[in-house]
Design a protein around this ligand. Structure first.
Ligand code: AKG
Length: 281
């Protein structure tokens, strides 16, 4: 049996932090995002973010400006690709219209992994839930996905890269006009830029192949790695949205997957993503 809990015990002064599981996710209370947070609150939110990777803030009846202000504390905001026809260029509307055939994010992924410098994190504010239940989002701790592999597999992966291609995310759907496609190669195992902890950095939405292997070897290895995430509830948490829940997740070490279990109902939210820096293997 492996010891999974690696985060230190902490005492917070200005926020309350209630872990969702032993290994990923926490509900944070004591903050009101309609107001500017104090420096100490922001520092504590940052600490909780690095410890828990996914922060859930309930009852945040915030405007677009409040959302932009909170996100700006964590880095430069990422422009939406393609730029939205109206409104702030950093706010992506996450809309499920009634009867939609599928929704974005309906497979495990982190945001923007095909970019040369993928996203640091995303903040999703859900305003409309599908009549009270459904549309939960699952999150997986990719440090643990790596740690739980055998030493032999970890050693193999440490020397590999993978090609990520933004076009793959669209599947059979048309590419939106004005979309800039990215295609980049990243190490299969990267280090978190702030904690230096290793993690598994491949996902079924964007990763195309491992160029050091033959095509069937690459396919088999990637599928096996995806199964170690999807088939392991112990490294996951599941967030149940209420109107005005805001979730801030770390795209550097977490993957997420929305559950489209609410067809044909509607769901609506707004997402702001934050720029990350270069990845290091
Ligand atoms: C994303 O914003 O990247 C998603 O995958 C959507 C998540 C959600 O709708 O809960």
């Amino acid at each position: 049996i492996e010891r999974l809990v690696t985060r230190p015990a902490r005492k917070y002064r200005t926020i309350e932090v209630a872990p969702l599981t032993q290994v990923i996710g926490a509900e944070v209370s004591g903050v009101d995002l309609t107001e500017e947070l104090s420096d100490e609150q922001l520092a504590e939110v940052r600490t909780a973010f690095l410890d828990h990777h996914v922060l859930v803030l309930r009852d945040q009846d915030i405007s677009r400006e409040d959302h932009l202000r909170f996100a700006s504390h964590f880095g430069e905001l990422r422009p939406v690709n393609p730029p939205p026809p109206e409104g702030d260029p950093h706010i992506l509307e996450i809309v499920t219209t009634p009867g939609a055939e599928d929704v974005a994010g309906n497979a495990w992924h982190a945001d923007g992994t095909a970019d040369a410098e993928p996203s640091l994190g995303s903040m999703l504010h859900i305003l409309e839930t599908p009549q009270g239940t459904g549309g939960d989002t699952l999150f997986a701790n990719m440090h643990l996905a790596y740690d739980l592999l055998s030493p032999t597999m970890r050693e193999l992966l440490d020397g590999l890269t993978a090609v990520h291609d933004g076009l793959l995310a669209f599947g059979d759907r048309p590419i939106p006009k004005g979309h800039v496609t990215a295609r980049n190669e990243h190490p299969v195992v990267v280090r978190h830029p702030e904690t230096d902890r290793k993690l598994l950095y491949v996902n079924p939405i964007y990763t195309q192949r491992i160029p050091q292997l033959s095509a069937p070897e690459s396919r088999a290895l990637l599928d096996m790695l995806y199964q170690t995430v999807s088939g392991r509830p112990l490294l996951q948490c599941r967030v149940r949205w209420e109107p005005n829940t805001l979730v801030f997740w770390d795209n550097r070490c977490v993957q997420h997957h929305v559950s489209y279990d609410y067809y044909p109902l509607a769901r609506y939210g707004r997402r702001i993503a934050i720029n990350g820096g270069p990845l290091k293997g």
